[in-house]
Design a protein around this ligand. Structure first.
Ligand code: GLN
Length: 189
């Protein structure tokens, strides 16, 4: 999988850590802030951060429709945490700018105050046990259509795939574990 050009949306949030993980996998990370940069990439990661801020900036930078059309053409997109929220068609109990691409309903900051941040090892369909950091993470309340749940933390769905789209409520890029980056890179040739 060497040499794949993977964009990392670099408007706000934890994008540097994704670049490091991609480099360790032998891919070429490309920071994306403009629609021109979007044309140079084969896949896109939307990082964690603050989903309301990233959504507003995507709107301001004119990136929402270009990302939606690349998704419709089949470009793989992976959202982590805030990125998961931005991919969801339904965000429970809030109104905010979103790409609205995946058939799932997510609830923000859903793990409650006492465990707002924690690290764990997840069982993921088709992958070895994988380390995951949750930081004020959402969980998935419901999926429909072609969306499939790949992992649960306790009884909450935290990883979903729908064809070329992938969403994780957690941050694998804040661990040493490259399983999910490799899985994402294997989603395209
Ligand atoms: N709580 C943030 C939000 O709702 C997401 C946190 C994160 O990306 N680590 O956007």
């Amino acid at each position: 999988m060497a040499g794949k050009r993977v964009g990392v949306l670099a408007l706000q949030g934890a994008f540097i850590e994704h670049e490091t993980a991609l480099l360790r996998c032998g891919a070429i990370p490309i920071q994306v802030r403009t629609s021109q940069e979007l044309e140079e990439i084969e896949a896109l990661i939307i990082p964690g951060g603050e989903s309301t801020t990233i959504g507003k900036l995507m709107h301001r930078f004119g990136l929402l429709d270009p990302i939606r059309s690349r998704a419709a053409e089949g470009m793989p997109i992976w959202g982590t945490c805030a990125g998961m929220i931005l991919l969801a068609k339904e965000i429970v109990e809030t109104e905010q700018v979103s790409l609205s691409l995946m058939n799932m309903a997510v609830r923000r900051n859903a793990f409650g105050r006492q465990i707002e941040s924690f690290e764990t090892v997840l069982q993921i369909e088709g992958l070895p046990p994988s380390r995951a950091v949750f930081i004020r993470a959402p969980y998935v309340e419901r999926v429909w259509g072609e969306a499939r749940i790949l992992s649960y933390y306790r009884d909450k769905a935290v990883m979903v795939r729908e064809n070329n789209l992938l969403a994780t409520a957690f941050h694998p890029e804040l661990t040493e574990d490259l399983n999910i980056h490799r899985y994402f890179l294997a989603m395209f040739n």
